[in-house]
Design a protein. Structure first.
Length: 420
């Protein structure tokens, strides 16, 4: 009985050891929502990317800095043998505690400088989040473009094979030359080669999307939800209001505050530092007692102090100039982004409402003319290729529209305005 029990236990242990890694992997592997939307991509990128985790860790490290820089210097404990006679008949000894105390507001100004640096680090974390989101949006749109192109090529290939069948039928009946069949077969071969290449292009785009979401590059990517953007685009007044919260401007304003605090720190260097020393003492003549001493530093090297103030003033002027330049450039980027968005919207609308219907209308007359023997096969192929070109342009226009919205969201400092 004991042997049978041991055998059963060993068998269960073997099964558990064999299946446990697979189970653990399945539990730790994140599953993307299906269908995957643009909002999901932005959210997952902001939650999973290590760049954002590193930026947040820098913020946590910076949050400890104000306490460090505003603290008093460590006190000094000094046991002292003040007098020891050669005859070793006794000794004068003391035990003192020494503390330096600034007589200015330098500690508060150092704390203000460190707090401004924390604000800058938080803004940098926000900038990293925006950049990561833009990368994820670009990867999402590239996958969608490749997938739509692959679907279009599949439709084109089906139609091209129908044209080959029609050309073969007419060639068999003696109403079309063999060149028509060969020309149609060339088109099929071209589309088949394009379709084979698109398989790898789709997988490459999906690998980039997985990478942008901090997932395994070769992991599966679910179908996508249809894109829907906010209509109409935000007004310029709304954009100007939103620009004030751009992380770059927040960081620039924090740099100005920090430079101002550093300037006050340098001005406080002109004020002295107090020194307090006290503690018990013992002398052979008087016995036990208490000693105390008060000192004060003499900041007499005025050239060095004036140079420090001048350096801090120059750094403040530099920070203010950088902020003005950054504000101007951000306004320009937002203006360019809104005009580029309008241009892509106009192009996409023209392709959808005007160009694509006209291209489709040209197909039926061309096919009818070829069937009746009034038009050559090349007319059908040219009409179909014109339609395919317009459809490919529309896919590219849809992708450019998404990219334009993403660039506008990055310029504004938020992607919420682009997602409907």
């Amino acid at each position: 009985m004991n042997s049978l029990t041991s055998l059963r236990f060993a068998l269960l242990l073997t099964v558990w050891a064999t299946t446990w890694p697979t189970t653990a992997t399945a539990q730790t592997t994140p599953v993307l929502p299906s269908p995957l939307s643009l909002g999901d991509v932005i959210r997952l990128a902001s939650e999973r990317r290590d760049e954002i985790q590193a930026a947040r860790a820098r913020v946590r490290a910076g949050e400890a800095r104000p306490t460090i820089v505003s603290a008093l210097q460590d006190p000094m404990i000094s046991p002292s043998l003040d007098h020891l006679p050669f005859m070793l008949g006794g000794a004068d000894v003391s035990f003192t505690i020494e503390q330096q105390i600034p007589l200015s507001g330098i500690r508060g100004h150092r704390r203000a400088s460190a707090l401004a640096d924390v604000d800058r680090l938080r803004a940098e974390a926000g900038r990293t989040t925006l950049d990561v989101g833009l990368q994820a949006v670009n990867a999402f749109l590239m996958v969608q473009e490749r997938r739509r192109t692959a679907g279009l090529v599949t439709e084109q290939l089906s139609f091209a094979r129908d044209v080959v069948s029609a050309a073969n039928a007419r060639y068999a009946s003696g109403t079309a030359p063999q060149a028509d069949v060969l020309r149609a077969e060339v088109e099929v071969a071209r589309l088949e080669a394009f379709a084979r290449a698109l398989v790898s292009e789709v997988r490459g785009a999906e690998a980039m999307l997985n990478t942008s979401l901090a997932l395994d590059a070769e992991g599966p990517v679910p179908p996508f939800a249809s894109l829907a953007f906010a209509q109409p685009p935000p007004s310029w007044s709304a954009i100007k209001t939103a620009l004030t919260s751009r992380p770059e401007l927040v960081a620039g304003r924090a740099e100005v505050v920090r430079a101002e605090a550093d300037l006050e720190v340098m001005r406080d260097m002109f004020k002295p530092m107090a020194l307090v020393r006290t503690g018990p003492a013992y002398t052979m003549a008087e016995g036990r007692g208490w000693m105390a001493m008060v000192g004060i530093s003499l900041p007499i090297w005025r050239d060095k102090l004036h140079a420090g103030v001048a350096e801090a003033q120059a750094m403040r002027a530099m920070s203010e100039a950088d902020l003005r330049a950054m504000t101007r450039m951000i306004d320009g980027d937002a203006a360019v982004a809104i005009h580029a968005l309008q241009a892509t919207r106009d192009r996409q609308a023209a392709l959808t409402t005007d160009v694509l219907p006209r291209a489709r209308m040209a197909i039926e007359p061309a096919v009818a003319g070829y069937t009746s023997g009034q038009l050559p096969l090349v007319s059908v192929i040219e009409s179909v290729q014109a339609l395919w070109l317009v459809q490919a342009d529309l896919i590219a226009a849809d992708t450019e529209l998404g990219l334009a919205w993403a660039r506008l969201g990055r310029a504004i400092g938020s992607y919420e305005a682009m997602i409907q």
